[in-house]
Write a protein that binds this ligand. Structure first.
Ligand code: EPZ
Length: 430
């Protein structure tokens, strides 16, 4: 397994291009299953999760063509998808166990082909991660669902029909799945307590340009009038707000100054305000954000993770890394996932002073300096928090299990080296 070596202490300065968002690209890719025409996606990030989803879908019969294109003078990936010859309707265990977002095949396949089999995704390092909302909503839309041999087997012999579904939690995954399913269902579907993340607006825009009739974008009530058929369309993946927030912390924690090119400040309002309260200068521009930590005194601050537009759980670990060297105490409350403090013991190995209270709260008391150490993380965002701690720490940090980072951070070493970090990948064979 590859490792990342960081020699901490460099102040990071310069520009970083923010890639397309992984969590937007995954449902966009799966929506190509809804039509026999071509769906073209631009600004798709080069990540192992994307490669992985592409191979699952190719296995079903989806045609996938990859090309390089220029977007604002940056080389990005463009994919053309065509589902005109789907032969398989099964997402097997080997795929789903490696990537939970494989569940995005549920809505489109069931709606268009009236049958789907999905290996039931288990829990993962951050929580139990149930999919009951996806399944009960599909049942209300006329699906017959049984769980057999670890698989969800769903049938809709007469096709899906519209329904009024009320989510007990504003689930991102369920909102995307039910949106995709409802586009081809007979009649009107109304989703109450839908998630409002920017990645969902990206999906709604693509589906509407494919001929769907969805109203209520950016609100918690979505109304979808089913249509007979969808057609091809082209879409651009939105900038990754979590990647942007992660590199914002890289500037702050090294007392540097980084311009996040292509980042959308509107999607990051809560984290940017927290950074300001922690003493960091934030300049919002139309197509970028400047984060200035030069000569700034970092102050402790509290965060509470919540559904969008609340503070994103996917930036909790990275902000905690910054809090470890802030002046004073910070209280972190995690309300989305029940087990998302796995980075805490690793940060403590680097000299951080953090106490966890129950499952949901952690108190971080700032220390003067972190010191480098070999560390290991169990999920994507926790791994990035350790990279951040390594950038600020004295001496050498080795981050193990880099495959977590490769799932969600495109060209990580290249981007950080470009702003002055001393970071290298140690290949398994080295
Ligand atoms: C998405 O996961 C993201 N993943 C996660 O990002 C992110 O942490 C999460 O949304 C919250 O923002 C992708 O987009 C691929 P949810 P998702 O359904 O859709 C409960 C990262 O690091 N729930 O919005 O799986 C659930 O337990 C990843 O990039 C149910 O109870 O999350 C949680 O408490 C990690 N029943 C809450 O809802 C359900 O059927 C929100 O989960 C579904 C969810």
């Amino acid at each position: 397994m590859d490792k990342i070596k960081i020699i901490g202490g460099n102040q990071l300065n310069g520009k970083i291009y923010i890639s397309g968002a992984k969590n937007a690209a995954l449902p966009l890719i799966c929506s190509s299953l809804l039509t026999e025409d071509k769906v073209i996606l631009k600004n798709v990030p080069q990540l192992s999760d994307i490669t992985f989803l592409n191979s699952l879908l190719e296995n079903l019969g989806l045609k996938v063509i990859e090309e390089d294109t220029l977007l604002e003078s940056h080389t990005t990936k463009k994919y053309t998808y065509q589902a005109d010859d789907i032969k398989e309707l099964v997402a097997p265990y080997d795929f789903v166990r490696k990537m939970r977002a494989s569940y995005y095949v549920l809505g489109p396949l069931l709606s268009r082909f009236r049958h789907v089999e999905l290996s039931l995704p288990g829990g993962c390092a951050i929580g139990a991660r149930p999919i009951d909302i996806h399944l009960s909503s599909l049942e209300q839309m006329g699906a017959e669902i049984e769980i057999k041999n670890g698989y969800v087997i769903a049938n809709a012999r007469d096709g899906l029909h519209g329904a009024h579904v009320i989510f007990h939690k504003a689930s991102v995954g369920a909102t995307c799945n039910i949106l995709m399913a409802a586009t081809l269902a007979k009649g009107i579907t109304k989703i109450e307590n839908a998630a409002k993340e920017p990645e969902i607006a990206n999906l709604i825009d693509l589906l509407n340009s494919m001929g769907a009739r969805i109203e209520g974008k950016n609100t918690s009530i979505l109304t979808i009038e089913g249509v007979e058929k969808l057609h091809g369309a082209t879409s651009t993946v939105v900038a990754d707000r979590i990647e942007a927030g992660s590199y914002a912390i890289a500037a702050a924690i090294t007392h540097g100054k980084i311009e996040l090119i292509n980042a959308n400040a509107e999607h990051l309002q809560q984290p940017l305000r927290v950074l300001e309260r922690m003493g960091i200068e934030v300049i919002e521009k139309p197509h970028s954000i400047i984060i200035n930590g030069i000569d700034k005194h970092i102050i402790g601050e509290d965060i509470y993770t919540d559904y969008y537009p609340g503070f994103p759980t996917d930036l909790q670990a990275q902000f905690m890394a910054l809090m470890t060297i802030a002046d004073g105490a910070s209280l972190v409350t995690e309300s989305i996932w029940e087990n998302r403090f796995m980075h805490v013991p690793e940060l403590c190995r680097m000299g951080a002073n953090i106490n966890i209270h129950g499952h949901a709260s952690a108190i971080v008391r700032g220390v003067k300096k972190l010191s480098g150490a070999p560390v290991m993380a169990t999920d994507l965002r926790a791994s990035f928090a350790l990279v951040l701690a390594g950038l600020a720490a004295e001496g050498e940090t080795i981050v193990n299990r880099v495959y977590h980072l490769d799932r969600g951070y495109e060209k990580l070493e290249e981007k950080l080296k470009g702003v002055g970090a001393n970071i290298t990948r140690i290949k398994e064979t080295d």
